[in-house]
Design a protein around this ligand. Structure first.
Ligand SMILES: Nc1nc2c(ncn2[C@@H]2O[C@H](COP(=O)(O)OP(=O)(O)OP(=O)(O)O)[C@@H](O)[C@H]2O)c(=O)[nH]1
Ligand SMILES: [Mg+2]
Length: 451
């Protein structure tokens, strides 16, 4: 493969920057542009040792750099590669990269280093995706989950599942292929017991997605309620900044404001909306319409009420609009004498809090976890965070269910074998064993250049 180069630290002024090079021409390329003060030729430099050198472009000094060579196949990409730490000024970094390109390197495409790592078997597809999740992590917990996945926690579980299915499939196939030689067909009871056991595993992984997604991506959440109940105050209390304007005037918020906030481990993509009420004001009416749409698009609704006042007609409209949705009733202004209580909202999860003092906010977190069925996993358990992985795992699980049903209906194991083979394929897609070029291309396109 060609030798590629890219700035891995992004285009910004910093003390140092790292330019990466990978490909079989790495040594030859660096031999042309790096000079050691002691004159030792590049070919004699030991790998995995940082070496100070001057980078020169046809005799013209460009920068003093520290270069580390990693020999393939035990490198990130699996090829010979190098990391050049240079001074981090935009001009200097640009010149270092230009010099490498002038001496024969090609500019790396987005994610090309990691793509090569995948193609050379250094990382599987799930691990490669986790590299990007780690870079883009929006919270410490999200970074932790991504790092565990880079380390192979999810891949290990998926691969173990796949292996067991491959063994099971082989057992069934032996019975089919050698039936004429008197080989007994696989025992349907044994096969269905194995399938059931594997399904318990896929079911647990699928359940973990609610938590994984809430941590990694966040849940679209609409804050709705009649005017003045404290929706914007709640948004501000959760985001820790004065994101929304708060006043005692009913009808302050006119447009939908969004902000991603952290609630314990979970991320909520919060939408603060205009107070829902009948109004003659044309601008406010548009705001109310947008609030309704935000509510429809949300996966979780925080329906806010003023705990110090009896339920008004507009409050009942809010309850009506959010009926049947994943909803938490928030009784705000709990610092005031109470009028409303949980008993006024039978069947609902109710949290009393004060957006003004912050009291009760932590109860909201527990309520969100319970409402979204996203309890944290036990330590060491793999967590699904990607929609692609969930989709493939869901397909595998469906095929296993079909295999189980076929066996339960007394069909011979070779009918179930087709389903088992499809389940193996679906699991292979997660790891990239059976993913199409298209899927792989699309995954790496989303990376940044230099990764
Ligand atoms: N005592 C008390 N007052 C609060 C609390 N939360 C909000 N308020 C007050 O209630 C008033 C309305 O607050 P907002 O956050 O603007 O209410 P809103 O629901 O966004 O109102 P609109 O945007 O008009 O729909 C303000 O005067 C807030 O200071 C609370 O927990 N306790
Ligand atoms: Mg408001």
């Amino acid at each position: 493969m060609s030798t590629i180069a890219a700035i891995s630290t992004g285009y910004q002024t910093a003390a140092i920057a790292v330019v990466r090079v990978s490909g079989e021409g790495t040594r030859a390329l660096l031999g042309q542009v790096l000079r050691r003060a002691d004159g030792a030729p590049f070919s004699t430099w030991p790998p995995r040792r940082a070496r100070l050198a001057r980078l020169v472009d046809g005799g013209r000094p460009v920068d003093d750099v520290v270069c580390t060579l990693f020999e393939g196949p035990a490198s990130y990409t699996g090829e010979d590669m190098a990391e050049i730490s240079c001074h981090g000024g935009l001009v200097v970094v640009g010149e270092v990269l230009d010099c490498l390109l002038r001496h024969g390197a090609s500019p790396a495409a987005p994610g090309e280093f990691t793509k090569r790592a995948f193609l050379n078997g250094r990382l599987d597809l799930a691990q490669s995706e986790a590299v990007m999740d780690l870079i883009g992590a929006k919270s410490r917990r999200a970074a932790e989950l991504a790092l565990t996945q880079v380390g192979g926690a999810l891949s290990g579980e998926i691969e173990a599942l796949r292996r067991e299915l491959v063994d099971l499939d082989a057992e069934i196939m032996v019975g089919i292929d050698y039936a004429h030689e008197g080989m007994e067909p696989a025992d349907a009871g044994v096969v269905s017991a194995a399938v059931e056991r594997l399904r318990a595993h896929t079911a647990r992984l699928l359940r973990s997605y609610a938590y994984g997604r809430a941590v990694a991506e966040g849940i679209p959440t609409a804050i709705v309620g009649r005017p003045n109940v404290g929706k914007s105050s709640l948004m501000n209390a959760l985001s820790g900044c004065e994101r929304s304007i708060v006043t005692e005037v009913a009808g302050t918020t006119r447009d939908v404001l969004d902000e991603t906030v952290r609630l314990g481990d979970l991320l909520l993509r919060l939408y603060d909306t205009a107070g829902i009420r009948e109004t003659d004001d044309a601008v406010e009416r548009i705001g109310v319409e947008r609030a309704r749409r935000a509510l429809e698009g949300a996966e979780l609704v925080l329906a806010v009420f003023d705990r110090g006042e009896p339920l008004a007609a507009d409050d009942r409209t809010v309850l009506e609009l959010s009926r049947g949705r994943a909803r938490i009733v928030v009784l705000n202004k709990s610092d005031r004498p109470p009028v409303l209580s949980a008993a006024d909202f039978p069947g609902d999860t109710v949290v009393c809090l004060s957006a003004a003092t912050g009291e009760g906010i932590s109860q909201l977190e527990q309520a969100v976890q319970a409402q979204l069925l996203c309890d944290p996993p036990d330590a060491g358990e793999a967590v699904l965070t990607s929609a692609r992985h969930r989709e493939a795992l869901r397909r595998a699980d469906e095929r296993l269910a079909a295999a189980y049903d076929a066996l339960a209906q007394g069909m011979p194991p070779d009918v179930a074998e087709i389903d088992i083979r499809e389940a193996i394929e679906a699991l292979g897609e997660i790891l990239g064993r059976t993913a199409s070029e298209d899927v792989i291309g699309r995954i790496f396109e989303r990376f940044c250049v230099g990764k």
